[in-house]
Design a binder for this molecule. Structure first.
Ligand code: NAG
Ligand code: NAG
Ligand code: NAG
Length: 473
């Protein structure tokens, strides 16, 4: 497992700016971690010396950089080089590609004596690896650059590579889909994002390899670089009213005034005992802004309405500290990973808490018999996008947990969540719209403190690697 801990991850982050600027141009940040030792050693904004880990800005529309790796002979001479152009911001970063990108680069052979090579081949491979099992390739693209039967780039034919300097440019188009065996059936799936996390039970790894093939009994020489792959997923636009609120920085209109904008979950009745004496009950309605797809690096808007006849019970429950709404992520790695009811109770299912929702009073909308709170879940830029792929899926859902308020006890006792709602996390923002955070700092801070300790909430091997504040803003 440890040998996988150093794979590159590319996260495309949109920096906060005004939405009008964003409509023109999205700034993107690429995080590449080659070496992760502990939560405290996460990459900050400053690349560390030795380029073991770094974060740097990257623009969708700039050409990016060229990354070169090489093989040296015993005298330290670089005789085989592989260069790859990609969106990675500087050459120290591993290459990074988005869906639809062309992988272009070159292979250079610089030899001081003739070689009995049989072929020079470039391959792009992608693999799902479950810890403790053989990796499974789901994408293999092979391109022959040279064999004795093929002309060199200058048009000449040679039976053998003599001393000299050879350059083969190449281009490989990444497909958007691949055919994979899923539960005994071959089906088409969108290429999944590369995925790596410390202590993860599974990985998705993409790499480019150049192979110098030699005679049957001689060892082939290979040069490999991992690369990050990011499928472009975006939420559809929210309702016109929510769009207007986002663009003009206005308070959101809740589900009552903008029914089109919100997905209202079924009403839940909470019954309990107040101050160990009287019984009380309150109904609540949680609404999530539609569509239920949210970009990482944005805030998922929530709206929570409490109704009831017991004012005291309303005050106890409609309190930001009493409300416990969590965003959870589940990783399924088994053969039923693509099934919506992926084996929740099997060894192949890993759930982690990613964030707690923050709530605050929604203006002056509260009246007798009713309390209204606005809320949001901050989706960190480092979150992984949702993906469903054979033997590997990442899903998110929101859970409303029992209330925790001094003077209130759920009766009868409630153990599990009161409500569960699946949501999706995308790699990019909706076109021209950023769902930014609106939480007042006083409330947001409390949640930040929670987020920093969230690792302790889910224990043992269920704990997900969680990037706390990357210092990227
Ligand atoms: C693959 O997806 C990208 C981005 O979604 C798109 O630009 C491209 O045209 C697609 N390519 C093919 C072959 O469908
Ligand atoms: C070198 O590669 C060729 C073709 O992929 C393979 O048939 C051969 O077994 C490899 N040689 C060694 C020694 O691994
Ligand atoms: C999440 O995305 C998948 C794939 O696009 C879709 O089938 C599913 O309905 C989405 N879930 C929600 C809650 O919108």
């Amino acid at each position: 497992m440890a040998q996988h801990a150093g794979r590159g991850i590319c996260l495309f982050l949109v920096l906060p700016q005004t939405t009008s600027q964003l409509a023109n141009r999205q700034s993107i940040v690429c995080v590449v971690m080659n070496h992760v030792e502990g939560d405290n050693e996460l990459p900050g904004y400053t690349p560390r010396l030795g380029a073991t880990s770094s974060v740097a800005p990257l623009d969708t529309f700039t050409p990016g950089s060229e990354h070169t790796i090489s093989l040296e002979d015993s005298k330290g001479h670089k005789w085989l080089l592989l260069s790859v152009k990609s969106r990675a911001p500087t050459s120290e970063f591993r290459p990074a590609f988005c869906a639809g990108d062309l992988i272009s680069g070159s292979v250079i052979l610089d030899i001081s004596k003739s070689r009995s090579s049989k072929a020079i081949v470039v391959t792009v491979t992608a693999t799902t690896t479950l810890v403790g099992q053989e990796g499974q390739d789901f994408l293999v693209i092979e391109k022959e650059l040279w064999t004795p039967a093929m002309a060199l780039p200058d048009g000449s034919m040679v039976p053998k590579l003599e001393k000299g300097h050879y350059t083969w440019p190449f281009e490989i188009a990444l497909p958007n889909e691949t055919e994979v065996l899923d539960r005994k059936e071959t089906k088409k799936f969108a290429l999944p994002p590369s995925f790596t996390e410390r202590a993860s039970p599974a990985y998705i790894n993409y790499k480019i390899t150049v192979i110098v093939k030699r005679g049957a009994l001689r060892v082939n020489q290979t040069l490999t670089t991992d690369f990050a792959y990011v499928p472009i997923t975006k939420p559809e636009l929210p309702s016109p009213m929510l769009q207007k609120a986002c663009k003009e920085n206005l308070p959101f209109i809740g589900p009552e005034g903008d029914p089109e904008g919100w997905c209202i979950l079924p009403s839940v009745t909470v019954t309990g005992t107040l101050f160990g004496a009287k019984r009380g009950n309150v109904d609540f309605n949680l609404a999530l802004a539609k569509p239920l797809n949210y970009a990482r690096g944005s805030a998922m808007p929530l709206w929570l309405t409490f109704t009831g006849t017991d004012e005291q019970a309303l005050d106890l429950l409609a309190n930001h500290q009493a409300i416990r709404v969590f965003l959870k992520r589940s990783l399924a790695t088994g053969s039923d990973a693509t099934s919506d009811c992926a084996g929740k109770h099997t060894d192949n299912f890993f759930v982690g808490t990613m964030a707690r929702a923050v709530f605050w009073p929604a203006g002056d909308t509260s009246t007798t018999g009713k309390r209204v709170l606005r809320g949001e879940v901050t989706l960190k830029k480092t979150f992984k996008q949702s993906v469903v792929f054979p033997r590997f899926s990442v899903r998110y859902h929101l859970e409303v947990h029992p209330f925790e308020a001094v003077g209130f006890v759920h009766a009868p006792h409630v153990s599990g969540p009161l409500l569960t709602q699946p949501v999706n996390v995308t790699s990019f923002h909706a076109t021209g719209i950023v769902m930014r955070s609106f939480a007042p700092p006083k409330y947001a801070e409390e949640i930040e403190n929670f987020d920093n300790s969230v690792g302790l909430l889910e224990n043992g091997n269920q704990r997900f690697y969680h990037h706390g504040g990357l210092g990227v803003s």
